[in-house]
Design a protein. Structure first.
Length: 267
């Protein structure tokens, strides 16, 4: 096992590239929390995010909302000719807010699942995940096979919560990734599953955190997409925009600038 799966610098606290910031500034995003009902097109695209899931969407030292997914959202909005208004909420509230019409689109590492396909329109996938397990230093957990009967800190409605439930773990409810790490670090949970990028970014910024990331790749292949309310007239337009951004290499470039690797779905 290793503390980092890769020591490649994915993102330091102040390590936001000029190119990434330039992309994040495309269009005119408000970065506001909250927001009213869904706009369903027009001049403003209302998007729901957590705002605390680094490096996907988070606030930098100046308070600006930035990140891998923010750059993709801004690139989509540029193609649509709209501004962006962001609403921030805990993960477990995001899809409920979408269903209630609080925003047009959720782009917050939404995994493609059969259940979500039934409940929402999911966009063309724009990323793949690379799953890993995080455990306390010195843990006797060395693989997914060891988590049966152990306590896993996860957001309850996430795909990682489902993976750990299927593996036989007892879920300790957590509102987000950082809180899951804290639960594991403090001994209130035995393990947490998430993406390697999230783990590496956290450990780059918290080098003293008593967490080890296991080498084992979780075999579940998870595609990441945006979610829209059923019947949304924006679905086709956003799908077209994402497809074009994948084909012209824009999303791959965003991946490499923010994450240091290419997470675009393989064709």
């Amino acid at each position: 096992m290793s503390r980092f799966v890769s020591r490649r610098s994915i993102l330091a606290t102040s390590g936001i590239s000029a190119a990434a910031l330039a992309l994040a500034a495309c269009g005119s995003s408000t970065g506001e929390k909250g927001g009213g009902g869904s706009s369903s097109a027009g001049d403003v695209l209302k998007v729901g995010v957590e705002g605390v899931y680094k490096p996907y969407n988070f606030h930098d030292e100046s308070g600006k909302l930035v990140g891998f997914e923010i750059d993709i959202i801004e690139a989509i909005a540029k193609k649509l000719g709209t501004k962006v208004e962001y609403s921030e909420a805990k993960w477990d509230s995001l899809l409920a807010g979408l269903d209630a019409g609080q925003y047009d689109l959720v782009m917050n590492n939404v995994a493609v699942t059969d259940e979500r396909k039934k409940a929402f329109h999911l966009t063309v996938p724009y990323a793949l995940t690379q799953g890993r397990l995080g455990v306390p230093e010195g843990s006797d957990i060395s693989s997914l096979a060891d988590v049966k009967g152990r306590r896993a800190a996860q957001t309850t409605t996430s795909n990682w919560g489902e993976v750990m439930t299927d593996a036989g773990a007892e879920i300790v409810a957590s509102p987000g990734f950082a809180e899951s790490i804290e639960l594991v670090s403090s001994g209130r949970a035995d393990v947490t599953a998430n993406e390697v990028v999230a783990f590496n970014t956290y450990l780059e910024e918290h080098p003293d955190a008593p967490i080890t990331v296991l080498d084992e790749e979780l075999e579940t292949e998870i595609l990441i997409a945006g979610a829209l309310k059923k019947g949304s007239e924006l679905t086709e337009k956003i799908n077209t925009a994402i497809t074009e951004l994948l084909e012209d290499g824009t999303i791959k470039k965003i991946d490499e600038e923010w994450l240091g690797l290419d997470l675009t779905p393989k064709q």
